[in-house]
Design a protein around this ligand. Sequence first.
Ligand code: CDP
Length: 239
Amino acid sequence: MEKPEKLIVDGKRLDGRMPDELRSLRIEAGVLKRADGSAYVELGENKVLAAVYGPREMHPRHDQQPDTAVLRCRYNMAPFSVEDRKRPGPDRRSVEISKVIREALEPVLFLKLYPRSVIDVFIEILQADAGTRTAGINAASVALADAGIPMRDLVSAVAVGKVEDTIVLDLTKEEDQLGTTDMPIAIVPRKQLVTLLQMDGHLTEDEFKRALDLGFRGCAQIYEVQRQALREKYGVKEE
Ligand code: CDP
């Protein structure tokens, strides 16, 4: 990637956004016929599919838990999703991301309702441009709701960070690679509960607070689009 001289010019980012602006976001619920629940998310150049199966009997049986369902998440990047072909199959990064996505979603699910069962969430990254784990969480939570699985709330997620000296919302790949800090977060909006927070880089305490606040505001916007996607699928009128 050729390094641009500046990532922020006259207060605007290279793609024309203000620091507190999200990329264009589109969410559609129920896009896959054979999954129990599904969703498609486009966030800027990211294209992400989530498919949910279950709750269904856990196999292999020795992984069954007698008092609860188990949430299984698999984050996978298609070989053609990135600039340099991604070797198919799991790697350290996708194993880590699958784990943090599971932990981000678990708190909203009533897993105890389904002993010995499993809920499978497959997240497929078709095109990547930074923020795929958070786009994956947004897709997965709509897909879980689409599957009719009882949930306390949706989970909304976005990355915030620091580019040059500016705190920004929803970093592009260029900003992620050439900026200073990338901090993906996921929250349960109605409880204001943080279920994922990672940080690559450094922030001062004041910058961290501002970044978190910006992330909460970004998640509130995403939450509305998630809810709208479900309303459209189920024909619920605007409140
Ligand atoms: O996608 P996310 O920001 O959640 O995770 P990351 O590990 O910070 O990756 C940032 C971006 O780097 C991805 O979204 C891809 O665009 C890119 N990437 C890539 O080009 N090749 C890989 N093998 C992994 C990531």
